[in-house]
Ligand binder design. Structure first.
Ligand SMILES: NC(=O)C1=CN([C@@H]2O[C@H](COP(=O)(O)OP(=O)(O)OC[C@H]3O[C@@H](n4cnc5c(N)ncnc54)[C@H](OP(=O)(O)O)[C@@H]3O)[C@@H](O)[C@H]2O)C=CC1
Ligand SMILES: CC1=C(/C=C/C(C)=C/C=C/C(C)=C/C=O)C(C)(C)CCC1
Length: 298
């Protein structure tokens, strides 16, 4: 506890990752692209994975301008074999990955009872199951050298939940459990050269949760996060080898409240802050986007 208190107030030493090979999933997306550029600024070479080849190539182009080597792969993270096959290609074509950023994520954005089963399943496959396959593919090389870092981009909704995002909360709670168990495993095996970081952001202004909002009067107190701020805070935590980060720090409060307060007290707080119905406008948005019957799948 004393170490944690001291570390809170001291400026932590940030590690050097110059020349390391960093793999980022969902690199064509908003946060994935910013992660790629921040890792490139630190001198890491990049392996970028996404199902959206055009967006991934655009990230690669921007990162190459920063002078690092970049390799792109088109992969469907909802397919175990797509992950294993692409991981084999990375090992033979590029080399050993020492930093893995599991960033890709999806959400169904529909009420449970209105949502096609495949869309619910996809959230679990991409946000949770893919963590197993990615780790099985890349941890062995890290273990052989006792050197590496596995970053899990989860969510504040992996620490506490709200209504109408059952698929997303289940997958992100799963991601948090996965991260914690893996961290315990590495520590129990004395593999102190392999670090892990869990990233839990509140709403980020990337469009993924467009429309999600809390009570009007509180929106200026807890505004949606800027994507760049989110990634810069995450990078600080990663380079400081911090085990977990909530962005903003205020998100530790509902996390603690969930554990400490009676259920009904949490429900009352949610109602007061508009946390109970925050997803309804977001779901309405998604319904409008897919009202022609077209459902976007990976
Ligand atoms: N935005 C937010 O409010 C928050 C986001 N997060 C988490 O941050 C992470 C990044 O989110 P954000 O940048 O906003 O999301 P984006 O949708 O912008 O980026 C996600 C990227 O992952 C890709 N992707 C989706 N499914 C697959 C798949 N099956 N295989 C390969 N790639 C896939 C997407 O491609 P395509 O666009 O083609 O689907 C997209 O390029 C996610 O894990 C999210 O859960 C956490 C807290 C808040
Ligand atoms: C429930 C709840 C809140 C709202 C949380 C929201 C709106 C979280 C959205 C998170 C997202 C979109 C994460 C994506 O990964 C408050 C008001 C903070 C506190 C009371 C409980």
């Amino acid at each position: 506890i004393l170490t944690a208190i001291v570390q809170t107030f001291l400026r932590p030493r940030l590690k050097c990752i110059d020349g390391e090979l960093c793999l980022i999933t969902g690199a064509g997306g908003a946060l994935g692209r910013l992660f790629a550029l921040e890792f490139a600024k630190e001198g890491a070479h990049l392996v970028l994975w996404d199902c959206n080849s055009a967006a991934n190539e655009q990230t690669a182009k921007l990162a190459r301008e920063l002078g690092v080597q970049v390799h792109t792969y088109t992969v469907d993270l909802s397919q175990r074999h797509s992950i294993y096959d692409t991981a084999d290609r990375v090992r033979t074509e590029v080399g050993e990955v020492s930093i893995l950023v599991n960033n890709a994520g999806v959400v169904a954005g529909r009420r449970l009872l209105d949502c096609p089963d495949e869309l619910l399943e996809r959230t679990l496959l991409v946000n949770c199951h893919a963590l197993f396959w990615m780790t099985k593919a890349f941890l062995p090389q890290m273990k052989s050298k006792n050197h590496g870092h596995i970053v899990t981009v989860a969510s504040a909704l992996g620490l506490f939940s709200t209504a109408c995002v059952e698929d997303y909360c289940a997958s992100k709670f799963g991601a948090v459990g996965f991260h914690e168990s893996l961290t315990h495993e590495l520590q129990a095996e004395d593999l102190d050269g392999i670090k892990t970081t869990l990233v839990c952001p509140y709403i980020v202004d990337t469009g993924m949760f467009a429309g999600c909002e809390i009570r009007k009067e509180l929106r200026s107190v807890i505004p949606p996060l800027e994507p760049l701020y989110t990634v810069q805070q995450s990078m600080k935590a990663i380079l400081a080898e911090q085990q977990m980060v909530c962005i903003p720090r205020l998100m530790y409060i509902p996390f603690l409240a969930r554990a400490l307060l009676p259920w009904d007290a949490n429900v009352a707080t949610y109602r007061f802050m508009g946390g109970d119905k925050c997803m309804l406008p977001f779901i309405k948005n998604t319904e409008q986007k897919t009202s022609n019957g077209h459902i976007k799948t990976a």
